[in-house]
Design a protein around this ligand. Structure first.
Ligand SMILES: [Zn+2]
Ligand SMILES: [Zn+2]
Ligand SMILES: [Zn+2]
Length: 87
């Protein structure tokens, strides 16, 4: 079974996702896999959770993605008020 991201409508593995975080009314670019401040997981070449490759944007709700504001886990932190999608 191929898993499709419900936001970008692409297969998880090997495709970059879309969208931005809106934090307190300000738009933040998302942190791509491999751009994490501590290079978390970069050596493996693809994200252990959502399957994107280095330089691609994680799919929404990936538990590896970092928050662009606090550098914490995006899924776990409470900075972002909403997601914004651009198609
Ligand atoms: Zn996606
Ligand atoms: Zn991911
Ligand atoms: Zn945060």
């Amino acid at each position: 079974m191929v898993e499709i991201c419900e936001y970008c409508k692409k297969e998880y593995s090997g495709n970059s996702c879309i969208g931005y975080f809106i934090i307190k009314g300000k738009k933040f670019e998302r942190i791509k896999f491999g751009d994490e401040s501590d290079d978390w997981g970069k050596d493996s070449g693809s994200c252990g959770d959502c399957g994107v490759k280095v330089g691609q944007i994680h799919h929404w709700e990936c538990d590896v993605e970092r928050c662009p504001k606090c550098d914490g886990q995006a899924l776990g932190c409470e900075c972002h008020d909403e997601f914004l999608f651009e198609y």
